[in-house]
Design a protein around this ligand. Sequence first.
Ligand code: CMC
Length: 428
Amino acid sequence: MSQSAKLRYDDKTIELPIITGSENERAVDIRSLRGNTGLVTLDDGYGNTGACQSHITFIDGEQGVLRYRGYPIEKLAEKSTFVETAYLLIFGELPTEAQLTEYRRLLTRHQFIHEDMRHHFDGFPPTAAPMAILSAMVNAAGCFQPELRQPEEDDKLMEAAARIMSKIRTIAAASFRKSIGKPINYPRSDLRYTANFLHMMFSLPFDPYEPPSEVVKALDTLLILHADHEQNCSTSTVRMVGSSRASLYASISAGVCALWGPLHGGANAAVVDMLSKLQQSGESVESLVAKVKRKDSGVRLMGFGHRVYKNFDPRAKIIKTACHAVLRELGVNNPLLELALELEEIALRDDYFLERKLYPNVDFYSGIIMSAIGIPINMFTVMFAIGRLPGWIAHWREVRTNPDSRIDRPRQIYVGPTLRSYVPLEKR
Ligand code: CMC
């Protein structure tokens, strides 16, 4: 039986249908609201707003559940690879062996960036933030494949997705090499996705870097955990930009910028920064927690809290285990991990965090893994972007293949000055 909600306003009652998702999530469909009443809704930060119906990722924030296309994140982290998970997200099904082989072939084929693009790196100062370079270069890459800028059909999308996934990794590694003044490494066709990235990051001309398998596995897991997270800030940005019919490359470039902020993808760097400062200053964990609880201090516990998860972030559980494993394998004794564990323990016993349901999120441990691998702090958010790319592509595709899709254009409640008379300059 279809349900509805009734809204009484002035002397009118209108009925608003209830929409039920495949996991029984329910929403009031307000699409007729403004037409029938002249009212709009106000929901800053969109905490109560469903912006779309999506087939891609399911999150139950109360239960700590995350599934890509129906598959639990725990299973994918254990059994899958980043490339296979990317295929699943973008195309909706796990690939057959033949499909995966073909997708890998395309990734290898498109791993180089155009030689002319390599010169673009020279235009950035050595101090340029890798996220700025990444955003600019993704947009620039679109100029080299004009025929693939709007790849709505599946055969074109396969080619475009492989190109952009492969190139973003090459661009990311090149931006790192540029920032440390070392020669940019060409990719290697004999290496798989994640190992190839590590080679481009760390190989020297006469000293090739052969990453330990545990490092490749940890990084691959990290990328899987970041691959999608439904309507987060950067994905919503990609969807919004895509809704104007902007190209895949332009939409993803915008997503990179949205991810950059410290409340979103920048949090992983902020966590390591926070832990390092704690270590260097000798301040106690208790004192930091006390500071965080004093609202006027303006200090937040980075890597804690989430708009959607009001229980453990399931990604944080997986990453915590991976973090221990990789540090053990590498024989690294990282004092930041000790501090993180101490901080987590104290925060999880504290009423401030319990009452607000603030738990460690994916970023609490990801920075520690990346530090152990040798990835510098200013590259952390770039790693997040490489991981999130399949999700962005999947969401762009969902917007562009939806025949009912319209340009995203929210309303507002204007609270500025009412009509004023223009005063000429000489009279002000
Ligand atoms: N430290 C201390 N207090 C916090 C924190 C924190 N990390 N996060 C939220 N709170 C408090 C906040 O002050 C507020 O308290 P009160 O109700 O007394 O005013 C309450 O908890 C609710 O916070 P909010 O700001 O309304 O929550 P939000 O949903 O708008 O923000 C968040 C979510 C992730 C931006 C926020 O928790 C935060 O700033 N966390 C630290 C940054 C971080 O780790 N970000 C990574 C998120 S996971 C990766 C991703 O998906 O991008």
